[in-house]
Each structure stands twice: as C-alpha cells, then as structure tokens.
Design a protein around this ligand. Structure first.
Ligand code: GLC
Length: 487
C-alpha cells in the first residue's frame, strides 16, 4: 500500500508534502467539474473601491492636531464615522491591532473630504457580489449573475469582460439577461467606498508612543446610500427565473445594513424563498461579513441562517455572532485563556452550528479554515476538504498578484507560496484537543467525525508581502462555493 493510502486510513500525519498533494488534487478536481456548472448568482453588494495604500507618516501627521480625542475614541470605538476624528480612530485602531473593519460614514461631506488627506492609488471592483462575480468569471464559470444596484459606466468597466457576467434587465415587459457592460444605466450613482490598505511592520508615533502594524490588513470607510439600505434593483427582484439558470447563489452585504432599514431584510428573504421554490436544488451560501450592529446581526442569524445551506465567516465575525446568541452560549474568544486558537474557534463554531442547525459552517482565518458539517448523510469529507483548499489556493493567488489569475495560474503559482507554519501548528493543536478515538484519523486526513458532526480543516498558504489585502475573503468564498455547488 502506498504512503498516501496509509495516511488516508489513519496511519500518518499531514505534513507540508501531504498538504501540497491535497492542494493539487483539490484544484484538478475543481477544474474537471467546472464545465458541469451552469452558473452562479452573487448578491447583494457591488460597489467601487477607492484604494489608498497607507503611508504611516501621513497618518502620524493627520492625527497630530487631535491625537488625544482620537485616542479616547480608539478606547471606546464608535464604529461609525461622523467626522475626520472618527475616521482616523477607525484607521488607527485597525492599523494598531491588525484588524480588518468596515465603518459607515454617516455624513457624505466626510467622504468627499477624504481626498484632501489621502491620495488614491487606484479604483477597483468592490463589494462581495462584485468581487465574487469577477473571481468566478476568472475561474471559468459560464454564467455569473451579480446584483448591481447602481450601474454607471465606471462600475460596469470594473467587471471582467467576456460577456459571461450578465444582469437581469426589463425589455418589452419581460426580464432578460444582458451582458453587464451592455446594461449600463448612465444616470446611476458611482458608489465609492474608501479602502485603506496597510502593511505589516509599518511604524508611526502617536502622542509620543510608537505604534507598529502587526499584520497586513485594511480599514474600509463607506458612504453608500443604496447597499446600506439593501435596495434591490427591480429587474433583479422580478427576474426570479434567474434561479433556474444557476447551480448556486452566494449572499452577502447584510453586514452594513442600516438599523433604520432593518425591515428590508424581508424583501431579500422573500427572494431567497422564491429562488428555492423555482429551483429546489439551488445551493445557497451566506457570507456574513463584519456586522457592527447587534440588531442587524441577530436578524441575519435568526432569519437568513435558516434559509441557507452554508454559512461562511471569519474568526472576528464568529466572536461578534456569539455575542448575540443566548446568554448561556455567549463566549468571548479573547476572554478564554486559550485565546484565538484553533481549538477555541472550533468550540465556538461547533456551538454556533449546533444552535443554528446550519448544514455547513466555515470559519476562515488568515492561516487556516475549519468547517463543520452536520445533518448531511451523504457527505464526502474529502470533497469538503477540497472545497476549503480550492478557496485557499484562489485567495492566495489573488493576494500574491492583486488580480484574478484563473484556476491554472492559481495551481501553478502554489509552488512559490509556502504552506502557513501557523496553520500547521494550529492543526496539530486542534488534533491534540480532540477525543482520543478520532485524533489519529484527523491528523492523518484533515477531517474526522467528532460526535454528530464532521470537522474539516485546511491549512492556508502564507503570502509574504501581499499585493492586496482587500477581497481575499471574497476570492476564497467564490472558489469554495463553486467547488461546493459543483460537487
Ligand atoms: C465590503 C466593502 C467593499 C469591499 C469588500 C471587500 O463589502 O463595502 O467596499 O470591496 O468589503 O470584501
């Protein structure tokens, strides 16, 4: 029996070579199935990202006149922006902690004034729906239907061309699909979000104390009067038939819903139900996103979770969500002595998947992803692992190049991107924390059935000095859901 088979039956330990082998199996498996996919819907948020690569010295100068006030705000973050001080507080908080938050700008004048302080480096596609549409197009999906609430030419130009990205449009009393670049609505607004990307190692002084950036990440300041009210384009809403043309739908964009518009979730719930009625085999994934408002978070957990097959979130979002569950289940990962480690994250994810009965729950972190699958009798755990690895490979390729390179390039580029040593360490620690009878199997395979649910773990690639830190989660989700929907 060869080494790989021995490992799969529970005799070895997944080391760097075995992870590499699994990566290439995952990507070749996905490549062989793409032709069988008809299409994917991505909803709801599409916008334009203005990218600023932050130079720490500019932040140091900008904050000087109000550093005390900004420090107070950092201590008790408002998580919304009424003036420049709030903006700087959000940015410096994220830079200091290495966080990736998004705060809403409530006064459009603040948004307009940003260009007085910061010089924009580029304009890029933004929003989960927009980013995932481009990621899926580059992966070769034949039809992608994004929701684009405002479609001026500037927005349309940011979609990868090729005619495969199409949007519903009313024509002679019918709703038809039209290539996105032919569907421009010239009078629509350009919804520009401000994305501040910063790099690990940068340093600056604030009130005489040095601040060093611990990891690459970004802070997003958003003024957007459409996506934050979850306005649904009428043709996208009325064109229910689109659900019959696709295998999967990815939902996102609830995260920054304004509390005064919370009832608009209902229209989207109705849409999801209609899609299901029309296509009972539709695979629906919800990507949560950083959701500062606890009421919105509760609504999403209570109302959207029950309608979907799969939910994805990162470790910070997991903490946020645990905060709105029943008091007895609230856990704050940072309160636990273990801290933000794979065993703690697994424990929180296990509780969340149990309480919400979500079939697939995927938590992605920079160094690894873990997934819990329950109530799926025909589950093929190896396929689940392949989905996670496909997501991680495509995200690594996007991080390394700053643009979507397609599946072949993602596969060939892996050689130059090492497996994350932190991910391997966390994998071993998680294995150590599992019950004895499943531990060896998990170590040898990256998955195991623990109690009544499957646990699947993938180690990510470690991209040194990424070309971008925005949209990595979107690339990962797009490839992962494509793998899931094509299984
Ligand atoms: C949020 C932001 C958007 C950005 C995206 C990246 O949706 O609003 O501007 O492109 O996150 O994932």
């Amino acid at each position: 029996m060869d080494l790989i088979n021995v490992m799969r039956q529970g005799g070895g330990i997944m080391d760097e070579d075995s992870w590499n082998l699994r990566y290439s199996e995952a990507l070749s498996g996905l490549a062989s199935r793409i032709d069988a996919v008809e299409g994917i819907i991505t909803a709801y948020n599409t916008n334009i990202d203005a990218i600023y690569r932050v130079r720490p010295s500019i932040v140091e100068d900008a904050v000087k006149p109000y550093s005390r006030e900004v420090l107070d705000k950092i201590r008790d973050p408002p998580r919304r922006i009424l003036d420049e001080k709030d903006l700087l507080a959000g940015l410096i908080l994220c830079m200091r902690e290495g966080l990736g938050e998004e705060w809403l700008i409530l006064d459009p004048k603040v948004s307009d004034r940003i260009s007085e302080y910061f010089i924009r480096d580029e304009l890029r596609m933004g929003g989960q729906a927009g980013n995932m549409a481009n990621a899926l197009a580059s992966l070769g999906v034949p039809l992608i239907i994004p929701h684009v609430v405002q479609l001026p030419e500037m927005q349309a130009d940011l979609f990868i061309d090729g005619g495969r990205i199409q949007v519903p449009q009313a024509s002679d009393g019918e709703i038809v699909l039209v290539p996105v670049r032919d569907a421009v609505r010239p009078d629509d607004e350009a919804l520009i979000h401000h994305v501040f990307e910063f790099s690990k190692g940068g340093e600056f002084l604030m009130e005489g104390s040095p601040i060093e950036i611990p990891r690459d990440n970004r802070f997003i300041a958003t003024y957007d009067d459409y996506n934050t009210r979850l306005i649904i384009d009428p043709s996208f809403r009325d064109g229910v038939e689109i659900a019959g043309r696709v295998d999967g739908a990815i939902l996102a964009g609830y995260h920054f819903l304004r509390e005064d518009c919370i009832e608009r979730i209902e229209a989207s719930l109705e849409q999801i139900r209609e899609w299901r009625r029309l296509n009972p085999r539709l695979f629906i994934h919800l990507e949560l996103g950083c959701t500062p408002n606890p009421r919105v978070r509760s609504e999403v957990v209570g109302k959207v979770f029950p309608l979907v097959d799969s939910v994805g979130l990162n470790e910070h979002e997991l903490v946020e969500v645990m905060g709105v569950l029943k008091p007895s289940h609230r856990i704050n990962l940072w309160d636990l002595r273990l801290g933000e480690t794979a065993p703690t994250i697994y424990e929180a994810a296990r509780i969340l998947s149990c309480l919400t009965a979500v079939g697939r729950l995927t938590v992605h972190t920079k160094d690894y992803s873990l997934r819990i699958v329950r109530g799926r009798p025909g589950i093929q755990p190896e396929r689940e692992l392949h989905s996670l690895l496909s997501g991680s490979a495509v995200a690594a390729s996007y991080a390394a190049h700053g643009r979507h390179m397609g599946l072949d390039a993602a596969a060939s580029g892996l050689k130059g991107i090492p497996i994350s040593p932190v991910g391997i360490r966390e994998f071993n620690d998680l294995a150590e924390s599992l019950p004895l009878k499943v531990r060896e199997f998990f170590r040898a395979n990256g998955y195991a059935k623990v109690g009544d649910a499957w646990l699947i773990f993938s180690v990510n690639r470690d991209v040194e000095d990424p070309a971008t830190t925005t949209g990595l989660g979107d690339s990962m989700t797009a490839a992962m859901v494509l793998a899931d929907a094509s299984a």
